[in-house]
Design a protein around this ligand. Structure first.
Ligand SMILES: *Cc1c(COP(=O)(O)O)cnc(C)c1O
Length: 482
């Protein structure tokens, strides 16, 4: 037999290439501040990503050369200190090493009796402790907040359906179910409702106050009206840190309401759940420990490399009742590698990657307390940027800053909203193209604004000073030559 495998015949050239790769990775991370954040790709670079599937071998050294010259030159930019768009995380080197080791160790986290599975369980348990859910609560690591929310809402749906939904499906429901959240809900909840077969219209968006938190009186009204109409209110989705402005719904009031009305209390804490570890700001999430389920995102404020999210469910039995499945080809045994509960029983993936290691290693390296301080520090940076905006004659803060998300615009006076929107969009695009800073924009309660989310352990106050100077300079320049 002509035997082939994927390991190199001689490991030594591979060892040399791998050592160089690690050296390059360290330089790349150390020098991130000195590079432009983002650059448009020239056509010849783009063309390299459009070739047909390679049929014949290429030397690893050539491939790594291409990685260095193309891939590494054109990143999204979110590990850079002046990347402030959307709501990202900034990664960390230890987490990157962990992803490498996870692949080397190679375990499948579908479950089994092995060390990686114990680390997976341990990380979920650490996250549970950080959020303050009671011991015995359940959880699973998933790709991110969107899937973590889907997991929580699925348990909510199945638990509150009043029928065996897994067996009979939505068609057997005696009355339609409804979920409620604020008009600031993240888009993943609509996708979850669509995926769950409940439909977008079964997700009721409740108006928010001027501070962008849910109007609880309006929520109570909506639930009462639905009940009176024979509809089944099932779940309230509270947001701890909205994506537009970082607003925190009143979790305690919602917990009380859900308890009184027998509703599932889900918290989308993708931005804010981890504030529970930040000494100066943890008051914002008081009540989160009463949630039936929580979605959180270690790839945001724990800066784990993408991707890793986490769904926590207060009742382990409800969690398992929603997902567990006994298949004849996956039965636990009394001894050996299958002598452990299967982790795929907590979600919809069968095979799972070893996401836990990057969280486990960096939590051990820095400790929970330091991650808490970094969260407080990002929130202090949000306050500092807001102060710079308020001190500027040509900038206006559009919403009070809650945490680390700052909504503002360049507004020199005498321009209408349409003109301001196009001027601010142009400023945002030029900042990106110059490689100075990456912001995003949004529209909140009808107001277009630039949005800086400082979820970035590398951002320093002088980065924010530079950002303001550049926005003022570009604003003047663009108005001079429209
Ligand atoms: C980021 C975010 C999500 C989605 O999480 P992903 O990790 O991007 O899938 C959901 N809700 C809120 C409030 C978020 O900020």
């Amino acid at each position: 037999m002509d035997f082939e495998a994927l390991d190199p015949e001689d490991w030594e050239p591979t060892r040399k290439l791998a050592h160089d790769l690690v050296d390059g990775a360290i330089d790349h991370t150390r020098d991130v501040r000195d590079r432009p954040i983002w650059r448009e790709m020239p056509a010849d670079i783009r063309a390299q990503f459009e070739t047909v599937a390679p049929q014949e071998p290429e030397p690893l050294g050539d491939i790594l050369g291409d990685v260095r010259d193309t891939l590494m030159q054109y990143p999204m930019g979110n590990i850079h200190p002046r990347f402030l768009a959307w709501y990202m995380g900034t990664s960390n080197f230890t987490g990157a090493l962990a992803d490498f080791i996870a692949a080397i160790q190679g375990s499948n986290l579908g479950g089994g009796n092995h060390a990686a599975a114990l680390i997976d369980r341990q990380v979920v348990e650490w996250l549970r402790q950080m959020i303050g859910l009671p011991a015995g609560a359940s959880g699973t690591l998933v790709s991110g907040g969107s899937v973590a929310n889907l997991i929580g809402l699925t348990v909510a749906r199945n638990t509150k359906a009043g029928i065996d939904l897994r067996e009979h499906g939505l068609a057997a429901l005696p009355a339609p179910m409804r979920f409620y959240g604020s008009d600031q809900l993240h888009g993943c909840h609509q996708q979850a409702m669509e995926t769950l077969g409940l439909g977008n219209r079964a997700l009721i968006r409740i108006a928010t106050h001027n501070d962008l938190t849910i109007d609880i009186e309006a929520l109570k009204q909506a639930v009462a009206t639905d009940r009176a109409n024979g509809i089944t209110p099932a779940c309230v989705i509270a947001t701890a840190g909205t994506v537009n402005t970082g607003a925190f719904d009143d979790l305690t009031a919602i917990a009380d309401f859900c308890a009184a009305e027998d509703l599932w209390f889900h918290v989308d804490g993708c931005i804010g759940a981890l504030i529970a570890i930040a000494p100066e700001n943890r008051w914002r999430v008081a009540g989160i420990e009463r949630a039936d389920s929580v979605a959180l995102d270690p790839h945001k404020w724990l800066h784990a490399p993408f991707d890793v999210g986490c769904a926590l469910v207060r009742s382990k039995s409800q969690h398992l009742e929603t997902f567990s499945l006994s298949s004849e080809y996956l039965e636990s045994t009394a001894r050996g590698v299958a002598a452990a509960p299967f982790l795929h029983d907590f979600g919809i993936q069968t095979s799972r990657g070893f996401r836990a290691l990057k969280v486990w290693m960096s939590l051990r390296e820095h400790g929970v307390r330091k991650f808490g301080r970094l969260i407080d520090q990002d929130i202090a940076k949000g306050a500092y940027l807001s102060q710079l905006i308020e001190q500027s004659d040509s900038l206006a803060l559009l919403f009070p800053t809650n945490i680390n998300i700052v909504c503002f615009r360049y507004d020199p006076g005498g321009m209408d909203d349409t003109a301001l929107k196009s001027l601010n969009t142009e400023i945002m695009l030029r900042l990106q193209e110059d490689g100075t800073a990456v912001l995003s924009d949004t529209t909140v309660h009808g107001q277009h604004c630039l949005r800086a989310a400082i979820n970035n352990h590398r951002t320093r106050p002088e980065d924010l000073d530079l950002l303001i100077r550049e926005i003022e300079r570009l604003g003047t320049e663009i108005r001079g030559n429209p």
